[in-house]
Design a protein around this ligand. Sequence first.
Ligand SMILES: C[S@@+](CC[C@H](N)C(=O)[O-])C[C@H]1O[C@@H](n2cnc3c(N)ncnc32)[C@H](O)[C@@H]1O
Length: 382
Amino acid sequence: MMEEETSMLPLPEAFVDFLEANGLDPSIYSATDSIPRYIRLKPGCEAEIEEVESEMECKLEKVDWLPGFYSLPNNIHIANSKAYREGKIYGIDAASGAAVSALNISAGDHVLDLCAAPVLDRRIESELRTENYAFGTLHWLVSVSLMVGAKLCMMLDLLGDSGSVTAVDVSRHRLAACRTMLQKYESGDRCRLFVADGTAFSLVPIRDHTDSRSCESASMENFERFKEWASRRTWKERKKAAQARENAAVNQENQQPELIFYGKLSGVVGLSKNELLQTVCDSEILSLGYDKVLVDAECTHDGSIKHIQKFEHWGWRTLQRRVLDAERTDSLTVLQLKLLTNGFRLLKAGGFLIYSTCRIAGDRRFEKLALQRRKDSKDFAF
Ligand SMILES: C[S@@+](CC[C@H](N)C(=O)[O-])C[C@H]1O[C@@H](n2cnc3c(N)ncnc32)[C@H](O)[C@@H]1O
């Protein structure tokens, strides 16, 4: 019944023309039942797979090409399962897993995730924007949107016991949702979260920090140093953070990244603010930059079947405006190129960058959906 309905999707003519011109069969957007759902098992929970299967009353099919991934029928809801609540599994698309897996993260890598926060359901977005919610409410809001922070969690899982992930996003409330997920999955020890413009972000990883620098010795000095992150903050600390946010908003032009979370092994503990925000010149980035960079750029999402199906409710004219409007797609292309260029600038020599997007319409400069490029010392300009 459902299939019959969705196969009648009244895709706008211009979109159908675009798909056909690019050899894509418009009927792919009719598929609903055939698209499986995916989960990733937290490392260390492998032995519990049968328990998860019996609780969900379905067989989890191992995805051979993506370690830790399982597919399940799309009518199974994982949000209420015990395994999800206990942080043993998280929902993540296979395509997202593929982008992270292509980074080939190994222990000790310093990774930059330049557009780290997810685009959420509009209802959740508007709640988060108020920044006036209780922690429990935020947790619930984020839980109903199952894929929040999934790429970030996966990257941190792959790191193991060394290295770091620096996650950047221009949207404060969405990045705050990622912070909640890191706390839920206890994955954030090696992570820093910065609200910043990824086209201008300039901080390199903290490579030579001493994890053991004690807060005690740090506090002997005259200036303030970062102490271990506490998720439950005192009233004074919350007030100070709110003041810092206000100042950041006032000093927009000064474009300083705002640190909204750091793990105890991220290298931040013990640093002063000046040390944290220290930048290096482009030639030094060749040795001090990131080993891996993911640019999961802002896009129109027209490559996502599930996203296009949502226009059935939002109205097809909205698709015209959001996906096909030349002015919007042009400005998006400029943004994507700037993000890509800066991500590449921040790579160290020999590092890898993955560019991923679920955009297929728009400027032909981005003909490929994923771009992988190796940087060597002579190949610095993009
Ligand atoms: C496709 S989403 C990223 C999805 C995310 N990586 C995930 O796995 O859920 C694109 C993100 O880019 C962010 N963004 C847009 N412009 C940006 C900019 N100039 N700098 C950094 N992030 C930006 C948006 O806020 C949005 O959260």
